[in-house]
Design a protein around this ligand. Structure first.
Ligand code: SF4
Ligand code: SF4
Length: 225
Protein backbone atom coordinates (compact mmCIF):
# COMPACT_ATOMS: atom_id res chain seq x y z
CA UNK A 1 0.00 0.00 0.00
CA UNK A 2 2.80 2.44 0.90
CA UNK A 3 4.56 1.74 -2.39
CA UNK A 4 1.41 2.17 -4.41
CA UNK A 5 0.62 5.54 -2.81
CA UNK A 6 4.22 6.74 -2.92
CA UNK A 7 4.59 5.91 -6.61
CA UNK A 8 1.32 7.56 -7.61
CA UNK A 9 2.01 10.69 -5.59
CA UNK A 10 5.63 11.22 -6.67
CA UNK A 11 4.62 10.64 -10.29
CA UNK A 12 1.86 13.18 -9.77
CA UNK A 13 4.32 15.86 -8.64
CA UNK A 14 4.83 15.38 -4.89
CA UNK A 15 8.36 16.20 -3.67
CA UNK A 16 7.91 14.56 -0.27
CA UNK A 17 5.59 11.77 0.82
CA UNK A 18 5.40 10.54 4.41
CA UNK A 19 3.22 8.15 6.35
CA UNK A 20 2.33 8.80 9.98
CA UNK A 21 0.57 7.25 12.92
CA UNK A 22 -1.55 10.09 14.30
CA UNK A 23 -3.92 8.11 16.52
CA UNK A 24 -2.95 10.09 19.64
CA UNK A 25 -3.89 13.45 18.14
CA UNK A 26 -7.31 12.89 16.62
CA UNK A 27 -10.55 14.46 17.71
CA UNK A 28 -13.39 11.98 18.47
CA UNK A 29 -15.13 12.66 15.13
CA UNK A 30 -12.21 11.14 13.23
CA UNK A 31 -10.63 8.86 15.85
CA UNK A 32 -10.94 5.83 13.54
CA UNK A 33 -8.62 7.33 10.89
CA UNK A 34 -5.36 6.73 12.69
CA UNK A 35 -2.94 6.97 9.76
CA UNK A 36 -2.00 10.06 7.79
CA UNK A 37 -0.51 10.45 4.35
CA UNK A 38 1.49 13.68 4.38
CA UNK A 39 2.19 15.16 0.96
CA UNK A 40 4.64 18.01 0.37
CA UNK A 41 5.37 20.05 -2.74
CA UNK A 42 8.34 22.36 -3.01
CA UNK A 43 6.35 25.43 -4.02
CA UNK A 44 4.89 28.56 -2.46
CA UNK A 45 1.32 28.14 -1.34
CA UNK A 46 -0.67 29.88 -4.07
CA UNK A 47 -3.66 29.01 -6.21
CA UNK A 48 -1.68 26.70 -8.53
CA UNK A 49 -0.11 24.91 -5.58
CA UNK A 50 -3.50 24.39 -3.95
CA UNK A 51 -4.70 22.96 -7.26
CA UNK A 52 -1.71 20.57 -7.43
CA UNK A 53 -2.17 19.50 -3.81
CA UNK A 54 -5.86 18.93 -4.51
CA UNK A 55 -4.98 16.64 -7.42
CA UNK A 56 -2.50 14.73 -5.29
CA UNK A 57 -5.03 14.24 -2.52
CA UNK A 58 -7.53 12.98 -5.08
CA UNK A 59 -4.97 10.47 -6.34
CA UNK A 60 -4.44 9.16 -2.81
CA UNK A 61 -8.18 9.04 -2.16
CA UNK A 62 -8.86 7.10 -5.35
CA UNK A 63 -6.34 4.46 -4.35
CA UNK A 64 -7.70 4.20 -0.80
CA UNK A 65 -11.25 4.02 -2.07
CA UNK A 66 -10.40 1.31 -4.60
CA UNK A 67 -8.74 -0.75 -1.87
CA UNK A 68 -11.79 -0.36 0.38
CA UNK A 69 -10.32 1.93 3.05
CA UNK A 70 -11.88 4.95 4.71
CA UNK A 71 -10.35 8.38 4.19
CA UNK A 72 -10.68 12.07 4.95
CA UNK A 73 -8.92 14.62 2.84
CA UNK A 74 -7.93 17.67 4.92
CA UNK A 75 -8.31 21.00 3.07
CA UNK A 76 -5.29 23.11 2.16
CA UNK A 77 -4.25 25.86 4.58
CA UNK A 78 -5.42 28.58 2.22
CA UNK A 79 -8.95 27.17 2.22
CA UNK A 80 -9.40 27.78 5.93
CA UNK A 81 -11.06 31.13 5.46
CA UNK A 82 -13.53 29.95 2.85
CA UNK A 83 -17.01 29.45 4.14
CA UNK A 84 -17.43 25.95 2.80
CA UNK A 85 -18.29 22.75 4.58
CA UNK A 86 -14.95 21.17 3.73
CA UNK A 87 -13.05 24.23 5.01
CA UNK A 88 -14.73 23.72 8.37
CA UNK A 89 -12.96 20.37 8.59
CA UNK A 90 -9.56 22.08 8.60
CA UNK A 91 -9.38 22.61 12.38
CA UNK A 92 -9.86 18.87 12.86
CA UNK A 93 -6.28 18.20 11.94
CA UNK A 94 -3.25 20.40 11.11
CA UNK A 95 -1.02 19.40 8.19
CA UNK A 96 2.10 20.14 10.22
CA UNK A 97 1.08 17.51 12.76
CA UNK A 98 0.97 14.85 10.04
CA UNK A 99 4.30 15.97 8.59
CA UNK A 100 6.18 15.95 11.91
CA UNK A 101 4.58 12.63 12.85
CA UNK A 102 5.77 11.17 9.53
CA UNK A 103 9.32 12.37 10.23
CA UNK A 104 9.32 14.81 7.32
CA UNK A 105 10.49 17.70 9.47
CA UNK A 106 10.02 19.73 12.65
CA UNK A 107 8.32 23.00 13.52
CA UNK A 108 10.86 25.80 13.41
CA UNK A 109 11.02 28.95 15.52
CA UNK A 110 9.21 30.63 12.63
CA UNK A 111 6.22 28.33 13.19
CA UNK A 112 6.67 26.60 9.84
CA UNK A 113 7.44 23.01 9.02
CA UNK A 114 11.20 22.76 8.39
CA UNK A 115 12.34 19.88 6.24
CA UNK A 116 16.07 19.13 6.10
CA UNK A 117 15.94 19.04 2.30
CA UNK A 118 13.47 21.81 1.56
CA UNK A 119 13.60 24.01 4.65
CA UNK A 120 10.40 26.00 5.28
CA UNK A 121 9.46 25.85 1.59
CA UNK A 122 7.08 22.90 1.45
CA UNK A 123 3.35 23.32 0.94
CA UNK A 124 1.46 20.50 2.58
CA UNK A 125 -1.62 18.36 2.18
CA UNK A 126 -2.92 15.52 4.32
CA UNK A 127 -5.18 12.55 3.82
CA UNK A 128 -6.27 10.61 6.90
CA UNK A 129 -7.17 6.95 6.52
CA UNK A 130 -7.72 3.66 8.29
CA UNK A 131 -5.43 1.82 5.84
CA UNK A 132 -2.72 -0.25 7.58
CA UNK A 133 0.21 1.87 6.41
CA UNK A 134 3.78 1.44 7.59
CA UNK A 135 4.63 4.68 9.32
CA UNK A 136 7.76 6.80 9.73
CA UNK A 137 9.54 7.80 12.92
CA UNK A 138 8.11 11.07 14.27
CA UNK A 139 10.31 14.10 14.89
CA UNK A 140 9.35 15.22 18.37
CA UNK A 141 11.53 18.27 19.11
CA UNK A 142 12.88 21.20 17.17
CA UNK A 143 16.13 20.72 15.27
CA UNK A 144 16.69 24.47 14.90
CA UNK A 145 19.55 24.16 17.40
CA UNK A 146 21.15 27.49 18.30
CA UNK A 147 19.92 29.21 15.15
CA UNK A 148 17.83 32.32 15.78
CA UNK A 149 18.08 33.92 12.35
CA UNK A 150 14.34 34.21 11.78
CA UNK A 151 13.86 35.70 15.25
CA UNK A 152 16.55 38.32 14.63
CA UNK A 153 15.34 39.27 11.14
CA UNK A 154 11.58 39.32 11.59
CA UNK A 155 10.72 42.99 11.02
CA UNK A 156 7.63 42.92 13.25
CA UNK A 157 9.09 41.11 16.27
CA UNK A 158 6.47 38.42 15.68
CA UNK A 159 8.74 35.41 16.24
CA UNK A 160 9.02 34.77 19.96
CA UNK A 161 12.12 32.55 19.87
CA UNK A 162 10.34 29.77 21.73
CA UNK A 163 11.10 26.19 20.82
CA UNK A 164 8.53 23.70 19.55
CA UNK A 165 8.21 20.15 20.82
CA UNK A 166 5.41 17.62 20.66
CA UNK A 167 5.09 17.85 24.42
CA UNK A 168 4.38 21.59 24.08
CA UNK A 169 2.52 21.84 20.75
CA UNK A 170 0.72 25.06 21.68
CA UNK A 171 3.70 27.11 22.81
CA UNK A 172 3.51 30.54 21.16
CA UNK A 173 6.04 30.60 18.33
CA UNK A 174 4.67 33.50 16.30
CA UNK A 175 2.65 36.50 17.47
CA UNK A 176 0.26 36.30 14.55
CA UNK A 177 -1.16 39.78 15.07
CA UNK A 178 2.30 41.37 14.72
CA UNK A 179 2.83 39.47 11.48
CA UNK A 180 -0.60 40.44 10.13
CA UNK A 181 -0.12 44.11 11.05
CA UNK A 182 3.25 44.14 9.30
CA UNK A 183 1.79 42.67 6.11
CA UNK A 184 -1.13 45.08 6.24
CA UNK A 185 1.32 47.99 6.49
CA UNK A 186 3.34 46.63 3.56
CA UNK A 187 0.20 46.46 1.47
CA UNK A 188 -0.65 50.05 2.41
CA UNK A 189 2.83 51.34 1.55
CA UNK A 190 3.76 49.39 -1.58
CA UNK A 191 0.72 47.34 -2.50
CA UNK A 192 2.45 44.04 -1.69
CA UNK A 193 1.49 42.31 1.54
CA UNK A 194 4.07 39.52 1.32
CA UNK A 195 6.97 39.42 3.74
CA UNK A 196 8.44 35.91 3.89
CA UNK A 197 11.72 36.95 5.53
CA UNK A 198 11.36 34.12 8.00
CA UNK A 199 11.29 31.72 5.03
CA UNK A 200 14.09 33.30 3.04
CA UNK A 201 16.48 33.59 5.97
CA UNK A 202 16.18 29.95 7.09
CA UNK A 203 19.41 28.10 6.26
CA UNK A 204 17.71 24.75 5.81
CA UNK A 205 16.97 23.55 2.32
CA UNK A 206 18.65 26.36 0.46
CA UNK A 207 20.79 24.21 -1.80
CA UNK A 208 18.99 20.91 -1.82
CA UNK A 209 16.28 21.79 -4.30
CA UNK A 210 16.31 18.56 -6.22
CA UNK A 211 15.64 15.83 -3.75
CA UNK A 212 12.66 13.60 -3.25
CA UNK A 213 12.43 12.10 0.17
CA UNK A 214 10.07 9.35 1.16
CA UNK A 215 9.68 8.58 4.83
CA UNK A 216 8.19 5.31 5.84
CA UNK A 217 8.73 2.32 7.99
CA UNK A 218 11.43 4.11 10.05
CA UNK A 219 13.61 4.34 6.95
CA UNK A 220 14.47 7.46 5.01
CA UNK A 221 14.91 6.92 1.32
CA UNK A 222 16.39 9.70 -0.76
CA UNK A 223 16.32 9.92 -4.47
CA UNK A 224 18.07 12.56 -6.56
CA UNK A 225 15.97 13.63 -9.52
S1 SF4 B 1 6.24 36.82 7.51
FE1 SF4 B 1 7.62 38.52 8.07
S2 SF4 B 1 6.57 39.56 9.77
FE2 SF4 B 1 5.61 37.57 9.54
S3 SF4 B 1 6.70 36.24 10.98
FE3 SF4 B 1 7.73 36.01 8.97
S4 SF4 B 1 9.40 37.52 9.04
FE4 SF4 B 1 7.97 38.07 10.67
S1 SF4 C 1 15.86 30.36 10.62
FE1 SF4 C 1 16.87 29.10 12.16
S2 SF4 C 1 15.56 29.28 13.99
FE2 SF4 C 1 14.36 30.00 12.24
S3 SF4 C 1 13.23 28.19 11.59
FE3 SF4 C 1 15.11 28.25 10.35
S4 SF4 C 1 16.57 26.97 11.51
FE4 SF4 C 1 14.88 27.46 12.90
Amino acid sequence: MNDLLRKALTEGGADVVGFADVGDFLKPEIAHLTKAISIGVFRNLNENTVHLLGNLKRKAVLILKKEGFKYLSIPADSDRIKNTFIAKLYPLFPHKMAATSAGIGWIGRNGLLISPEHGPRLSLATVLTDAPLKTGTPITTTLCGDCTLCVEHCPSGAITGNKWSRRKPYVELVRLQNCRDHKKERRRVNGKPNCGLCINICPHGRKEHKRVRVVEDSRVQKKII
